[in-house]
Design a protein around this ligand. Sequence first.
Ligand code: SAM
Length: 384
Amino acid sequence: MNAIRWRYAMDAALYGPRGFFVSGSGPADHFRTSVHASPVFTAAVFRLVSRLDAALGFPTPFDVVDVGAGRGELLRALAALAHGSATPGAAATPLAHRLRLTAVEPAPRPADLPPDIAWTTEPPAGITGLLTATEWLDNVPLDVAVPTGTGWRYHLVDPSTGEETPGPPLTPEDLTWLTTWHPTPTPTPTPAAPPTTAPVIKRFASTEGPEPDANLLITGRGERGEREGRGGRVEVGRSRDEAWGLAVGRLRRGVALAVDYGHLRERRPVDGTLTGYRNGRQVPPVPDGSCDITAHVAMDSVAAAGAQVAGCAYTLVSQREALLALGADGGRPALSLAGSDPAGYVRALAAASAVAELTDPAGLGGHHWLLQPVGVAVDALMAR
Ligand SMILES: C[S@@+](CC[C@H](N)C(=O)[O-])C[C@H]1O[C@@H](n2cnc3c(N)ncnc32)[C@H](O)[C@@H]1O
């Protein structure tokens, strides 16, 4: 067995020469994020952009930098909203000619991407505007630690089979992260469950929503884990803290926004959340490049790392709260509209059901929005 640390296995599997995210068709073919779910999400982000633009005094250019841009879906949609081409009859907004859009992504630039969207592998320095990252941090490679009779050790994984075995002791940096951010509860046994078949949306976890579904964690690891004394494994989020801190450091003035599923110190999932996705299905997390490998984000530790770089307090809310604050309206349209404007009624009905999906606390609504301001106040941006 050629076993290596999960962090390196995940990096090669997702971003190596034949990595899942750089050589395949793109994330949208394998799972659905909020960006893909509905234009309601993009419209809310655009509302945040507009409010931030005003708070920053209408700068030229106003940057939107999307880290982990997929195939540029969010930026394409924001450009359409700014130029008024998203809705029939809509006019261009004042932002249209000041907006500078940059996708940050290790995958190659899509051939059909509009030329006014820049494509790069590193966030540019000196951003004035919004740096956004939707479901990026859960794909930042991380290590898995496991308690043994001789202390915490890295879990090593064979990239071709996913088979795991305890390896060397944790470095002092990772041990410090673990004791600071992941005080471990006594591991409790998780019930065995059959593999799930069709979760289209990536995993969710919320402090408000239900407990993360431990059954899903069994998919791909149950049998092997039990053989090797599975129990108490912990995902070490230090690499995500560093990645987020670097991204926030690129902001001169504005807001860095991370939208992701994750957990807080009081309720870390027992035994971790590492899992795989392929073609809309949850699969065993075998880091061989054939599937997405993802783990929930320790949002509070990421936030603390960002706040240290930004020198400002952060705001952490659920997606539900964020979208409602940004004007997403889940109310059903009045039935009378069906008579006077049938097409408008159908559009409003579709929007209402999209809002319901995006704000469902047990689903996408349970995702976290981390807003990290630099030189601007967040309160006014998110006021209802
Ligand atoms: C789950 S997808 C999310 C795509 C899109 N943001 C969405 O919400 O649909 C994660 C994306 O992050 C990208 N990514 C991973 N590491 C990155 C890095 N260091 N810099 C930029 N993008 C990265 C991956 O290639 C992948 O396209």
